[in-house]
Ligand binder design. Sequence first.
Ligand SMILES: Nc1ncnc2c1ncn2[C@@H]1O[C@H](COP(=O)(O)OP(=O)(O)O)[C@@H](O)[C@H]1O
Ligand SMILES: [Mg+2]
Length: 260
Amino acid sequence: MTHFQSSSDEIERFTEAAAGRLPVMLTGPTGCGKTQFVEHMAQQLGRPLITVTCHDDLSTADLVGRYIIEQGDVRWVDGPLTRAARLGAICYLDEVIEARRDSLAVLHSLADHRRSLYLERTGEVIQAPDTFMLVCSYNPRNRGSFKELRPSFRQRFVTLSFDYADAESEARIVAAEGGVALEVAARLVAYARSVREGTSHGLSEAPSTRLLVNAAILIAHGCTEHRAVEIAMVTPLSIGPAMEDSVRELVRASVLNGAK
Ligand SMILES: Nc1ncnc2c1ncn2[C@@H]1O[C@H](COP(=O)(O)OP(=O)(O)O)[C@@H](O)[C@H]1O
Ligand SMILES: [Mg+2]
């Protein structure tokens, strides 16, 4: 069972949207628990989950399906979106902002009252069962400048904003997911929060909850805290060597003082 620690009303609101057959958009920084949340909700609602990781080559055919030639025969193969629409699954488009705008147009009729999918190549119209649900996620702070979702797409979704949990909840998440003591997790969180504060002073990237969990896992398997923070939380950020040094200094000076 995927473990999700809720910090707001997201479970209730998602449940209502699912019951009301509304599509949901999750926004928030990378590694704050969006995917973990969708997996948790799929399990809780008892619906299958079909995940599509979006990228800039993603075509409509990648979503709905295509004809393939197999041992001389031409055969139609459903794509993940079509499978989800037939099955009544939750279809989760992760990082939807990465997908080409024209590939997303096929979602429109599934994301409103019609709840239908037209397969242009076969002429078939699929009417999605009540349990079908469209869920998308993206990180609005990660502005690739010209990358924006069209209003006609965005405005179809109930939108739940995610962020890193408050210090106490995040420490509980890191302790549980990483398998370390709460006090160790709390030190990692305190460090991450001080670096996140730095992002308001020009630091371009900050460690996500995911990176804290990674550091915790290393520690749980025997790594020292200093080294775990270094390789799981500092080096993965692309902030440049000079910044890395000052971040390292921050760790040494304050948060991990006294830790092994
Ligand atoms: N609220 C939470 N409850 C449980 N685990 C969480 C939570 N938030 C973050 N995590 C941890 O952080 C990791 C990254 O979260 P993920 O869902 O992949 O982030 P996102 O999809 O927002 O990029 C998860 O594998 C999980 O260990
Ligand atoms: Mg994700």
